[in-house]
Design a protein around this ligand. Sequence first.
Ligand code: PLP
Length: 394
Amino acid sequence: MIYLDNNATTKVDEKALEAMLPYFCEEYGNPSSIYDLAHTANSAVRRARNVIKDFLGANDSKEIIFTSCGSESANTAIKGTLELNRAKKHIITTKVEHPCVLNLYKELEKHGYRADYIGVDSNGDLDVNELISKVDKDTAIVSVMYANNETGAIFPVDEIAQKVKEINPETKVFVDAVQAAGKIPINVKDTKIDFMGISAHKFHGPKGIGALYVKSGTMVSPLIVGGHQERGKRAGTENVPYIVGMARAAELAMENMDDELSRVKKLRDMLEDGILTKIKNARLNSTSKNRVPNTTNIGFLYIEGELILLHLNDEGICASSGSACTSGSLEPSHVLRAMGVPFTSLHGSIRFSLSRYNTEEDIIQVIQTLPHIIDKLAKISPFQKELGEILRPC
Ligand code: PLP
């Protein structure tokens, strides 16, 4: 199998799994209890919090709270801010956010909030000036992703936070860093960002565990109310094995960052070149230089994306036609629509997302297999005439 859907989820690193195992049946104490067994669990959580602090380049481990996933981190930051600032009714985000932000904003609109959704250009790059122009005295929160899950486009979140605060120092800034963490270095310390969310299963950690950075001095109302855990910001007994697994995965991601930025990027570029060289109706949906190194999104004119995925699956190749949340539905991607991708390739766009487990052999195999799939589908396409000959002579 060749797995090229790492923006949907990743394989758990075996070293992360190994680190988790003792905390199920041996060191299973509740970190809040007072006996030695609990102390072991407590110090494992403390150590993990420190690792995540370094992973995000935060100042203090007290700024890290553990959550169950990226969606919970986003919901906590956004709802937890609005709850404490009920008079402010204006919220800003982008048109290309993950549904965990976009659908929350739609809900908030039903409850009287005024929302602005900022657009992107044809490369998927954000219109920062438009975003900043929308900030006013009534703006409670700006939510902007660090890297887009479908195109990999990186948004200038430090600059955005800085400019937002210059206009309204009270406006909070939440950054969804789920697709950035582990792929590019993050350093939240010297920024004006108030909140940043991550999710372990996107960087070879387990599913069901995430974290939220909350800048020192920033208030947030808890989404889950109960015990005193996470300094009152998220109740519930700490998920010790998963917290340990996420921290180990973060350490491994930091160790492998150079590989991600050079070898993985080289493989991604090789895949793009190979496909564009061999297939005439292929076009890159984003050519932005500012992309995470593992992601590419390629449109195939007049071909149905779901069919491409099924044929790839028959060849043991996993990819995606959008985010994991939208694939499975026939709705074209909201991200590609916001970018103005033409209708002719909107339905035939495929996201390939790599990881450190991919090899050159994987990429060569895809470059050899895909052209035949596209050629076969072109021959049965109702637009066969428009498509003409699909394969370029090599
Ligand atoms: N934000 C982005 C950009 C994502 O890609 C995802 C998942 O695909 C999420 C948030 C949600 O993360 P989780 O699945 O951990 O809730």
